[in-house]
Design a protein around this ligand. Sequence first.
Ligand code: FMN
Length: 358
Amino acid sequence: MSSALTDLFPHPIVQAPMAGGVSVPHLAAAVCEAGGLGFLAAGYKTADGMYQEIKQLRGITSRPFGVNLFMPQPEYGDRGAVEIYAHQLAGEATWYDTELGDPDSGRDDAYDSKLAVLLDNPVPVVSFHFGVPSREILESLRRAGTFTLVTATTAEEALAVERAGADAVIAQGVEAGGHQGTHRDNPETDGTGIGLLSLIAQVRETVSIPIVAAGGIMRGGQIAAALAAGASAAQLGTAFLATPESGANAVHKQALTNPLFVRTELTRAFSGRPARGLVNRFLREHGPYAPAAYPEVHHLTSPLRKKAAASGDAQGMALWAGQGHRMARELPAGQLVEVLAAELDLAKTALSGKGDLR
Ligand SMILES: Cc1cc2nc3c(=O)[nH]c(=O)nc-3n(C[C@H](O)[C@H](O)[C@H](O)COP(=O)(O)O)c2cc1C
């Protein structure tokens, strides 16, 4: 299915924005040059840090690209629960020879100043995670010539995205690596995440805007399935995390296919919001009682994660990964786009009855 979004880039393949230094300009540029849509992740950055990355990306590609923003979080998490969690993490701080971070280090992720930069210097595509921007903001981005996308994890959230006036919705299945883009974190809905194929079908019957499918996609055949189910494009994170251009820590990249890490889980252990990562010691020990307090827990654990990464300790890092992590291929990002596109073509031929479906 063609849409204004997929007219921007030849292959229906989006490289997911990955905050934490993963989706660096060289990764996004390689994807764009190969005919996919590359993304920068503004999450956790300053507005100027975001702007510098945009300038860098523009210096290495003239193709359309996207920038992703985190929505500000509306209210403080349970302060008492954060304090208790801080006590429980005291041993980790001693072990890593550091202090815990300040849980009050900001909760709006410099949203307003980042938007001001994106309105002054419009980019082709902007996507939002963790909530829905106001109708006014989506409208002003449209007037600036920017195509807007918002993540949804249920059909109800997709409806909210369409009603706010976004140009397209990212349907993020429960298989997805990293944070679920749920609009409002609610522990009562833990364990109710929807698998991608089911989610695409539900969203397709609920909204009429184009859908970008995300979660567990590692092969072109899966992209074909997502398109057949009603999506216009697929967004892949973990698959691109493994590429040489990705800025992910080498330990994180290696862990994706290391047989030591056999499964992933959604956890609040590192940030206070459900995010999917490889099950390691930190996740196992702290996940079961970590409070629903994002971004306080994110700030709290930041020095621990940095120290673990600096010492190459995979058991203390946030090893974000989708359920398909073991299928990661270490191909250069541009080549990965080409291989995925070729696999997609093959699968499309099979689906149309002109090929062998086996
Ligand atoms: C390391 C990592 C970081 C991520 N950071 C972001 C982010 O900053 N913004 C966002 O919208 N999604 C983020 N995501 C989620 C992706 O957009 C996407 O939903 C997910 O990667 C799809 O699942 P997959 O990893 O199985 O392909 C991240 C995912 C990973 C693996």
